[in-house]
Design a protein around this ligand. Structure first.
Ligand SMILES: C[S@@+](CC[C@H](N)C(=O)[O-])C[C@H]1O[C@@H](n2cnc3c(N)ncnc32)[C@H](O)[C@@H]1O
Length: 193
């Protein structure tokens, strides 16, 4: 679903960039998810800050998708020549062939998508066997608490990390690396089934 005005501002703030640079990107690097020479798809790419980071790791190709045209317009303004950006609902990845992608990256977007299970299924479809899905998401209970404080307008019943892990397993993913903080889960899962 679309971000509220409040969250749109927060997601495009200096504070958000700081968290990405100092917490999320180092964890991604530490997990050693294959990017160099790979065909990479980023789901919920926002304004392309993650794209800039991923392109620094020299993928063969990079495509970023996001539901919000405003986010994609800002991403395109970065003029990242090696990147392709599309307005696209992640619950339908029909524009991508089955088993054509090496690595899918999700920096905190599934908790915005009511049909998140369908997104996991689509990731499983578009990934090659042996391909990787990196996903980081907030824990549902924490999100409910934030909602009381910030009123960002998240879905009423956000996913729990336990549900996410179960869904990954049921769609043929094996979690190879994980990190848990009180508020967030970070997973690098490989398509094995
Ligand atoms: C919390 S923001 C995170 C953005 C960016 N990944 C970041 O780390 O700053 C979630 C993003 O998911 C996008 N989104 C929400 N629902 C979506 C959907 N169904 N398909 C694709 N993107 C979606 C939103 O537009 C938003 O840009």
């Amino acid at each position: 679903m679309r971000l509220s005005e409040r969250e749109f501002r927060a997601m495009n703030s200096v504070f958000r960039r700081l968290v990405q640079r100092t917490v999320e990107f180092p964890i991604f690097r530490h997990f050693d998810v294959p990017v160099r020479g790979m065909d990479v798809l980023e789901i919920g790419c926002g304004t392309g800050y993650g794209a800039q980071f991923l392109l620094g790791m020299a993928p063969k190709s990079y495509v970023g998708i996001d539901l919000m045209p405003e986010q994609i317009a800002l991403a395109r303004q970065r003029r990242l020549e090696a990147a392709e950006f599309h307005v696209q609902d992640a619950a339908d990845l029909g524009r991508f062939a089955s088993a054509g992608i090496d690595t899918v990256v999700i920096f905190g977007a599934l908790h915005h998508i009511r049909a998140w299970r369908q997104v996991v299924a689509e990731c499983a479809r578009v990934l090659k066997i042996g391909g990787w899905l990196y996903v980081e998401e907030p824990e549902g209970a924490i999100l409910n608490f934030w909602e009381l404080l910030f009123r960002w307008g998240h879905p009423d019943e956000p996913l729990t990390l336990r549900e996410l892990r179960a869904e990954l397993a049921s769609k043929g993913f094996t979690i190879r690396r994980k990190r848990r903080s009180i508020a967030f889960g970070f997973y690098a899962a490989q398509k094995t089934g």
